[in-house]
Write a protein that binds this ligand. Structure first.
Ligand code: ZN
Length: 361
């Protein structure tokens, strides 16, 4: 398989050039067990680390080799990931060719993309890095879906894969996945539910199968076709998740949600940054916040796996907060940048002349 094609999309990210990819591909990684350690290692492997220590947990070794044809079992200097029982700051130290990521005792699985970004930053700068993970969590309310909402996830790509995995792992939500696209080689580095053997298959169907393999109680339906309004009548979702590529599609679904008084969660990512927002009836809509201009498609962007993973986890958190009626998430945009580690929320207002919701005022 062609490594250039595999990493094509992320080579468009500033700072991720072939010299850097060559450096990463020579590194060996050793996650010392545990879900956070393994997800952080997974995201670094998806970015271009090509060797995995034989000390790693066998199931993890097996699953990563199955999902990345460039990965080999190797020993030697590289990236060691483990967890401290006392530290409360995440720290990456650099000694020659050895990188050590120390994860604080109170880290959660959702911190993995930030931990992977911090490690990349240490490799790029050759300098020690540290961060308080508390400053990187944009949604603080508890992550739960007690009475199992009905969710419609539109798009099973870079955002949809982690959002689905996170929600299914934590709940018995009834989910329908809508995606007309098929898996291609350039999707694999960041669309975490797919493996090389899935190329050419419908994403919605593979996503359903993979989620059911990992979570036997999952209640997932798939619709391997373009989104259309009749799906809303058939499935009656409580919340829609816009995990799609195009702004035109988002605007179209925004208008349908406004007409029907439906709630949604939207997110988008590019390079190493992105945003998330929620809408409930009467609050700012997609067009109030993002306007009407632009038809930019994700297919033209460079994206790292850790960026879309952060965006997907943010969508899952916002969906839980919206479902649990957390007032904090209304009329607010949640923005992140994993290049400079900025994590901010902005209040937004409904725009009275909004082309989409203005007529409803
Ligand atoms: Zn609006």
């Amino acid at each position: 398989m062609d490594t250039m094609k595999w990493y094509e999309r992320q080579l468009r990210v500033p700072g991720i050039d072939q010299t850097f990819m060559q450096k990463l591909s020579s590194m060996c990684i050793e996650p010392a067990g545990g879900d956070i350690e393994e997800l952080t290692a997974d995201l670094l492997i998806r970015t271009g680390v090509h060797r995995l220590s034989r000390q790693s947990r066998p199931a993890f070794v097996h699953s990563m080799i199955e999902s990345n044809p460039f990965l080999e079992i190797s020993d030697g200097p590289g990236i060691l990931i483990n967890r401290s029982s006392i530290e409360d700051i995440a720290r990456v130290t650099v000694k020659g060719n050895s990188i050590h990521l120390l994860i604080p005792h109170d880290a959660i699985v959702d911190d993995a993309p930030v931990l992977a970004a911090l490690t990349l930053n240490a490799i790029t700068t050759d300098e020690e890095q540290e961060i308080d993970l508390g400053t990187t969590r944009l949604v603080e309310s508890s992550f739960s879906f007690d009475s199992g909402p009905r969710l419609m996830v539109i798009g099973a790509g870079g955002l949809g894969c982690p959002a689905l995995t996170s929600i299914v792992s934590a709940s018995s939500s009834k989910i329908v996945v809508v995606d007309h696209d098929t898996v291609s080689v350039t999707d694999l580095h960041r669309q975490t539910l797919y493996r090389p053997g899935d190329i050419g298959k419908k994403k919605a169907d593979v996503a359903k199968t993979r989620l059911e393999e990992s979570y036997p109680d999952a209640q997932v339906e798939s619709f391997a076709s373009l989104f259309n309004e009749s799906l809303i009548d058939a499935f009656r979702p409580d919340i829609l998740l816009f995990a799609v590529d195009s702004m035109a599609t988002r605007r179209a679904i925004n208008a349908i949600c406004l007409d029907r008084g439906l709630s949604f969660v939207d997110a988008a990512v590019n390079n190493m940054y992105g945003y998330g927002l929620v809408h409930v009836a009467g609050t700012a809509c997609y067009e109030c916040v993002l306007g009407k201009s632009g038809t930019h498609s994700e297919s033209k962007k460079g994206i790292l796996a850790l960026t879309s993973y952060y965006g997907g986890l943010l969508m899952a958190r916002l969906t839980s907060a919206l479902f649990n009626k957390d007032p904090y998430v209304k009329n607010r945009v949640f923005a992140f940048n994993l290049a400079d580690f900025s994590f901010d929320t902005f209040e937004v207002e409904r725009y009275e002349n909004c082309g989409a919701c203005g007529r409803l005022q």
